[in-house]
Design a protein. Structure first.
Length: 131
């Protein structure tokens, strides 16, 4: 039986060894970022962003958790959306994987019969009178 090196070592984003190294580096950056986040220089924040990016890139579970967190916390999602254009392209691609899809229709159909806010007139929801 002949095993190819690339065949049995391949993971989601390359070899499983490089995936493990990426996860460890991401965890170390997150821990170092948490330890230095209180310093006046923003190294803690930078290390946390780098660590989170590495973890999201190497783990589909972490990516799903980040997507859920962004979906539940609109303030965090807005801040990440504003910061994304200023990040390196590789980090932008990783963060785009976690962007929640807010345009999906409501599965319970709660919005189906409601008129949109723009359908209301100026006077408390009634149509303006013709003069």
């Amino acid at each position: 039986m002949h095993l190819h090196y690339a065949g049995w070592m391949r993971g989601r984003n390359g070899s499983s060894l490089s995936n493990l190294i990426t996860k460890i580096a991401g965890a170390v950056c997150m821990i170092a970022g948490l330890a230095t986040v209180w310093l006046p220089i923003p190294t803690g924040l930078i290390l946390m962003v780098i660590g989170l990016t590495l973890l999201i890139a190497s783990s589909p579970t972490i990516a799903a958790l980040a997507r859920l967190l962004r979906r539940r916390n609109e303030g965090l999602d807005d801040k990440l959306n504003r910061a994304t254009p200023y990040l390196p392209m590789q980090m932008q691609r990783v963060l785009s994987k976690t962007r929640p899809n807010r345009e999906k229709a409501d599965p319970a159909g709660r919005d189906a019969g409601k008129p949109k806010r723009s359908d209301y007139g100026v006077r408390g929801g009634r149509q303006p009178e013709a003069s």
